[in-house]
Design a protein around this ligand. Sequence first.
Ligand code: TXA
Ligand code: MG
Length: 348
Amino acid sequence: MENRTVKADMTLSVDPVLIRRAGRILAEGGLVAFPTETVYGLGANALDPEASQKIYRAKGRPSDNPLIVHIARMEDLLRIASRVPKQAEALAEAFWPGPLTMVFPKTDIVPKATTGGLDTVAVRMPDNEIALALIREAGGFVAAPSANLSGRPSPTEAEHVAQDMDGRIDLIIDGGKVGIGVESTIVDLSGDAPEILRPGFVSRAMLEAVIGPVKDDPAMLDETKRPKAPGMKYRHYAPKAEMLLVQGAQEDVTAYINRQIAKAVQNGEMPGVIASEETKGQYAGGIVKSIGSRRDELSIAQHLYGVLREFDDQGVSRIFSEAFDTPSLGQAIMNRLIKAAGHQIVNV
Ligand code: TXA
Ligand code: MG
């Protein structure tokens, strides 16, 4: 493990000299955190088992949780995926570079240290100039989970990465705040029929418009089932506070949360509320944060993890969150909120 983490600022432009330096660190087996359009990634050379292992150590990540391999050129896909169905080509054409990860049977050059022991590999081409330049410079294949300590909310700005990873990795590239804020959609194309393993910015409707019917992994809705994306079983994205998700008509939600705040304050606790621009003025007491506007669902995704981190920093002991079933990103946002709440949901 390294004890000095260098920070490189590329918020204004992609600096080719720094990219070369970062690419060399990766090629030599080191760890570099970099921006993508979804969340910050913690990169290592995906074809080097020892480099991949360093990611698990730096994050404190369970070794059965496979990494996504990031590529920058379409032709590189065939070097790591042994079977690429027509549907995958169509999805890549429609959404790459972008927030879509696809799972394929892997070729022999991908070490099992990268795939958590699986015979499949998850691949994505991120839509971010810094990321693409870095991947090319590093040789084409960068394994990268989200750049947070295991169990913490994913980083949506470089400062979040520094909070978790300072002293554990070689370099952090600051590319400013990310544009999407929740991780990529994962679709499994290694089986008979395409299946969504993790919801993200690319919604089911967007996928189905390109390839027709797509199933959900049944484990996404049923916590007693074993998810096909091993990482989905962990209590991810979790704030330190106890969290409760409150669902129902807005006035009932507001009334319920206000009663809970009053109780918590009476018990000497410091409660927090995840509200929206439209509702933040309706709560009395506690720390109330707007996560975004219900009329702009991307703003909600962008602020979700940052708000959870802020509550951690402020030492809030209990968080009450409104539900956000927005039209396109709602499935991804609710999936993350339900996990953050450890499946504690109340319908009012
Ligand atoms: O947006 C993203 O996908 C971000 C950025 C950095 O690209 N990355 C990301 O990685 O979210 P991570 O490691 O936090 O989540 C990867 C998820 C885990 O749930 C893991 O189990 C699943 O992908 N996964 C990886 N390889 C898989 C495979 N071969 N089969 C099934 N699931 C896989
Ligand atoms: Mg993650």
